[in-house]
Design a protein around this ligand. Structure first.
Ligand SMILES: *Cc1c(COP(=O)(O)O)cnc(C)c1O
Length: 350
């Protein structure tokens, strides 16, 4: 691991991707001059259904809005069918199957490992400490020459805590490959996004999503922010119409509801604190892990039993007991005030 002053993502990406001549979709080629044009280029059905045309492959309207919102330039942005797709694109662009590797800090978001397995990429795990912080000594000790990508989830899922920014910075400065900071829950925190520091760290990739704080899990819109060089590599391999028209429209509509979104986020945080307080007084609760997200991880005396009892009462939570350092833990997503009342009442009766 060394200095990344000379970092160039083209040296990191797969040879076939470097050489790829991307598919150009019909809609890439025209520059609209208003509504006067006749589109006979893409074999669409000309009759209006609202969605009879292919969506904008560059998602220009959405791109403009999100660039302003996130304070990045339009060429530092890539959209995908959920963050899961942009994560997959990273593997496919940078990791040679059966050769390259990635680094994760378990326990963390399961998709990094799943995508690695799908893409036949090895995973080197550096476990978080038992309080779910990065084991920076563990990181320093290892030399992973074949590791192309390192994933940091902050706030981390399932633990809910933010990673120490000194540790993240040290990794950004010393890791030779891409450092992906997954900020799916950033909007629930007071913390600044790492996307503000893209110019400082050419190997930084930040991932966010509209699935959590923005309340749009159903439309599948994930975003990746990185240097324009990294973005152009990913743009080359992304399916041209990966973000559908309904998703683009719904996202724009929701982004206009700024105050409502902020109000919902504030309410979710207030509710999380209320749930945490209630949990403190429950005798079977052993530990409540500090969360900056819209969920809380809790250690109980018998997780499997509590899980089954809750299910019996019609409440589905996540049993995380099989994950590293998570023996006997349940993860509660914060619901509406009514749902949380029911959860608290039910837990009190267990
Ligand atoms: C929920 C979540 C995502 C979001 O994935 P989408 O595909 O955008 O819905 C990404 N990363 C983490 C850590 C998550 O918990």
């Amino acid at each position: 691991m060394g200095s990344n002053n000379k970092f160039n993502p083209l040296n990191l990406c797969r040879e076939n991707v470097k050489l790829l001549d991307p598919y150009t979709s019909a809609r890439d080629e025209y520059v609209s001059n208003g509504n006067k044009m006749i589109f006979l280029d893409a074999n669409e059905n000309p009759n209006e259904t609202g969605v009879n045309r292919y969506p904008d492959p560059l998602q220009r309207s959405l791109r403009t809005e999100i660039a302003i919102l996130k304070n990045v330039t339009e060429n530092q942005l890539l959209f995908g069918n959920g963050s899961d797709e942009v994560l997959d694109l990273l593997f496919r662009a940078f990791c040679e199957p059966n050769k390259d590797a990635v680094i994760t800090f378990p326990p963390t978001y399961g998709m990094y490992g799943v995508l690695a397995a799908i893409n036949s990429v090895q995973v080197h795990e550096i476990p978080l400490t038992t309080s779910f912080n990065i084991d920076i000594e563990g990181y320093r000790k290892k030399q992973y020459s074949k590791a192309k990508i390192l994933f940091i989830c902050s706030p981390n899922n399932p633990s809910g805590n933010l990673m120490d920014s000194m540790h993240v910075e040290e990794i950004l400065q010393t890791f030779d490959g891409l450092v992906v900071v997954d900020e799916a829950y950033i909007d629930f925190t007071e913390s600044q996004s790492w996307s503000n520091r893209l110019l400082e760290f050419p190997n930084l990739v930040v991932i966010q999503t509209l699935s959590k704080a923005y309340g749009l899990a159903g439309i599948r819109l994930g975003m990746l922010m990185a240097s324009d060089q990294i973005i152009s590599i990913l743009q080359k391999i992304k399916p041209p119409y990966n973000v559908n028209e309904l998703t683009q429209l719904k996202a724009l509509e929701r982004l206009a509801q700024k105050e409502r979104i902020q109000k919902e986020v504030r309410e979710i945080i207030v509710e999380r604190k209320r749930l945490e307080n209630a949990l403190k007084f429950m005798p079977f609760v052993k530990e409540i892990f500090p969360s900056e997200a819209n969920f809380v991880l809790v250690r109980v005396d018998q997780a499997d039993q509590s899980y089954a009892q809750l299910l019996d009462q019609g409440i589905v939570v996540r049993n995380r007991s099989k994950q590293l350092h998570c023996e006997n833990t349940l993860r509660f997503t914060i619901g509406t005030p009514n749902e949380n009342n029911t959860l608290i009442e039910t837990l009190n009766k267990l």
